[in-house]
Design a protein around this ligand. Structure first.
Ligand code: PGA
Length: 250
């Protein structure tokens, strides 16, 4: 059985008191039945967030990670540091990291392999740009992104991997892929995984959809058979919206 997951990517939002307040609101409002809930506050407040969660069943995760264990990497954060404060899952390959910080497939593969070696779980993000979709190249682009990264890990790594399909044109734009477009891509990705790693792995990997998921469209998107949940940006900053999205993933 695949895990249903809703993860909130807070990006570079919320100072310390806003972080604590949002967590307190989530603790009151989240009714999650069988859904795994994750939140990714900024690095600065991860330790405070872990403490504030205080046993409540929401996992605090990081938005990024470095691919080295320690050393002269100014401004970076390692898996060991994250694990030492109780953060055991990280996003890798978000389109904003790819676009603004030049993170290419080679670096992302290093991050992925190193994180898994360190025992971290990974939400690995991928997705095409608007021009790729307009030129009908979205399947090829996605397949390339996957072939260069997650398809290069060994079979045993897959129990640590969650995938997030995030069409770049739908992130933060209010534009959403239709539920059918999401399903079509998720099904395609599952087929690619099955071809390389077999059906058991492809049936067990959770594939999240990300890109302007809101309370009013979440149920329809999550109802599709290969969509196991969502990676939520803007709507994760509001406790009531985020809780409604979590509830939509029954
Ligand atoms: P959005 O962001 O929900 O604001 O579109 C999604 C994401 O970047 O993960």
């Amino acid at each position: 059985m695949r895990k249903k997951i809703v993860a909130g990517n807070w990006k570079m939002n919320n100072n310390l008191s806003e972080t604590i307040n949002l967590i307190n609101d989530l603790k009151i409002q989240i009714y999650k039945n069988n859904v795994k809930v994750m939140i990714a506050p900024a690095f600065t407040f991860l330790h405070d967030a872990v403490k504030q969660i205080d046993g409540f069943d929401i996992e605090v995760i990081s938005q990024n990670i470095n691919n080295n264990s320690s050393g002269a990497y100014t401004g970076e954060v390692s898996a060991e540091m994250l694990k030492s404060i109780g953060v055991n899952t990280t996003l890798i390959g978000h389109s904003e990291r790819r676009a603004y910080y030049n993170e290419d497939d080679e670096l992302l593969l290093n991050k992925l392999k190193y994180s898994i070696e360190c025992g971290m779980n990974v939400i690995f993000c991928f997705g095409e740009e608007l021009s790729d979709r307009k030129s009908q190249n979205h399947f090829t682009v996605v397949k390339n992104q996957l072939d260069n990264t997650v398809m290069k890990v060994d079979k045993s790594s897959w129990k640590k991997i969650i995938l997030a399909y995030e069409p770049v044109w739908a992130i933060g734009t209010g534009e959403t892929a239709s539920a059918e477009q999401a399903q079509e891509m998720h099904e395609f990705v599952r087929k690619c995984i099955s071809e390389s790693f077999g059906e058991e792995i492809s049936n067990n990997v959770s594939i999240l959809y990300g890109g302007s998921v809101k309370p009013n469209n979440a149920s329809e998107i999550f109802s599709k058979k290969d969509v196991d949940g969502g990676l939520i940006g803007g709507a994760a900053l509001n406790a009531s919206d985020f809780s409604k999205i979590v509830e939509s993933n029954r």
